[in-house]
Write a protein that binds this ligand. Structure first.
Ligand code: ZN
Length: 302
């Protein structure tokens, strides 16, 4: 058997030589820990209905962000962006859920049933189930298909059946008292999410991330990585995770400060050097302009 072209995660061996990269990963892990603590805190009471649904959504987001961190650590920003696409959908869904506590659990059940019946029918087509759908199940299936917009649309609609624009309106509403955040939200859904879509489905934009252009214009494969997107993808993952967990904190009446602080420092670490042209002139002990609160020597110059 030929040896592997490089050990799994080898790019990190190159990246970790810089202290700031270690901080970037550690900052994201801290945010993950704060979010995990919030999720655990909800478990003190018996959960049911909409609360259970929201904690399940937050847990899924936690697992996604955990995986985004690992992908970023391996220098795989494109793959992390694919996960972020799902994570940013979760942001929309949990906002809708929080706003519709009465309707959400019922719609979750309806969609679950729609999928169970559809899968049974599909398995049956390939002779992989014991029996076909009964007449009663078939009429239930038809009703659910109609409920979800009819044939051709039913399996593209989201489980809650709300349009993107309605869900997005709810996200904006929650942030209306923080105009900077509202602007950032527009950017997420008009720019980042669109780009993540290109990366997920494969496109020249995606293929470009595995090559490096040399100063003499020559193009070469960047096979081991890291790819140029890992840092940005890590920051986007942190943003999506934070938006999900913030809703959870709000709905359960938890303190949001620790989560907000962890999010803020993790975002600071992920900023790029070139945003701060004067960085080279600052003394080592000066506060880093990224906003982390650390000395430059222990932050972007480490
Ligand atoms: Zn810094």
């Amino acid at each position: 058997m030929p040896p592997p072209f490089a050990p799994v995660g080898f790019a990190w061996e190159v990246m970790k030589q810089r202290g700031i990269n270690q901080l970037r990963i550690a900052g994201a892990e801290e945010l993950l820990g704060e979010g995990g603590a919030l999720i655990d805190a909800t478990g003190r009471e018996q959960l049911g209905g909409v609360q259970f649904l929201m904690v399940a959504q937050a847990t899924r987001a936690q697992h996604t962000f955990e995986t985004v961190i690992e992908a970023a650590r391996m220098g795989r920003g494109v793959q992390a962006a694919m996960l972020n696409r799902g994570l940013l959908d979760d942001v929309l869904d949990i906002h809708w859920t929080a706003e519709h506590p009465e309707a959400a659990p019922a719609r979750a059940d309806q969609h679950d049933r729609l999928i169970a019946l559809a899968e049974h029918e599909a398995e049956d087509k390939f002779g992989r189930v014991e029996r076909s759908l009964t007449g009663e199940e078939q009429s239930e299936f038809s009703e659910l298909i109609n409920l979800y917009g009819g044939h051709g649309r039913a399996f593209k609609a989201s489980w809650h059946r709300a349009a993107f624009s309605d869900c997005f309106g709810l996200v904006q509403k929650r942030w209306k008292n923080e105009p900077e955040a509202a602007d950032f939200l527009d950017y997420i859904y008009e720019v980042i999410q669109r780009r993540n879509n290109l990366l997920l489905h494969g496109s020249p934009t995606a293929y470009r991330q595995v090559v490096t252009q040399r100063s003499n214009g020559r193009i070469q494969l960047n096979r081991v990585g890291p790819d140029p997107l890992w840092m940005e993808s890590l920051a986007q993952g942190a943003g999506g995770y934070y938006l999900v967990l913030r809703v959870l904190a709000q709905e359960f009446g938890f303190d949001k400060e620790r989560l907000a602080r962890a999010f803020s420092s993790s975002t600071s670490y992920c900023r790029k050097l070139d945003e701060f042209p004067g960085l080279g002139d600052l003394p080592d002990e000066a506060e880093c302009p990224c906003g982390s609160g650390r000395a430059v020597r222990q932050c972007h110059r480490s």
